[in-house]
Design a protein around this ligand. Sequence first.
Ligand code: GAR
Length: 192
Amino acid sequence: MKRFRIAIFASGSGSNAENIIRYCRDTADCALEVALVVCNRPTAAVIERAQRLDTPVKVLTRDEINNPDVMLPLLAGYDVDGIALAGFLLMIPDFLIERYPQRIINIHPSLLPKYGGKGMYGRHIHEAVVVAGEKETGITIHHVSGECDGGAVIFQTAIPVPAGASAADVEQSIHDLERLHYPRVLASVLTT
Ligand code: GAR
């Protein structure tokens, strides 16, 4: 059986990238496999994580990522069928959205449309959630469109924000939630 091959695009620590790679390896009969990790920050920890997991990783500049003559042959060379964003902080260029229709998925660490849009990523979101005194927060897994955090929602789940929780506490709970759901939802939505 040919497995559905994804490229993971990531810019930071890479905990989600690692969870997805491990899930694909460790789940019996998983129909998804990670072909490649693409990273736009040469110092990002995700690079070392991917190398440790024997997963090919390419570090590219923003200009290269926005260049169809670089990206399309690269992804074709790895036989990539779709893309999972995992803490990737650049906008996805239109030519990739056209090349992989409904096959580019993102995870966002809030209950979109709350705490979405430009400047809303990672710890900034959890700080805003705590400052606003939100009683709950959560994750959103969605299709990627040309609009920042704007594509159709595939999956959302919420958790309470305990009184007195810090942004770091919320971030930890959100990472746990992401680990629980993102690989499974990706495998399900991309392979059915
Ligand atoms: C994750 O929480 C992910 O949802 C978030 O960045 C973190 C990356 O962590 N993504 C965004 O904020 C996108 N707007 P990781 O590098 O450890 O996977």
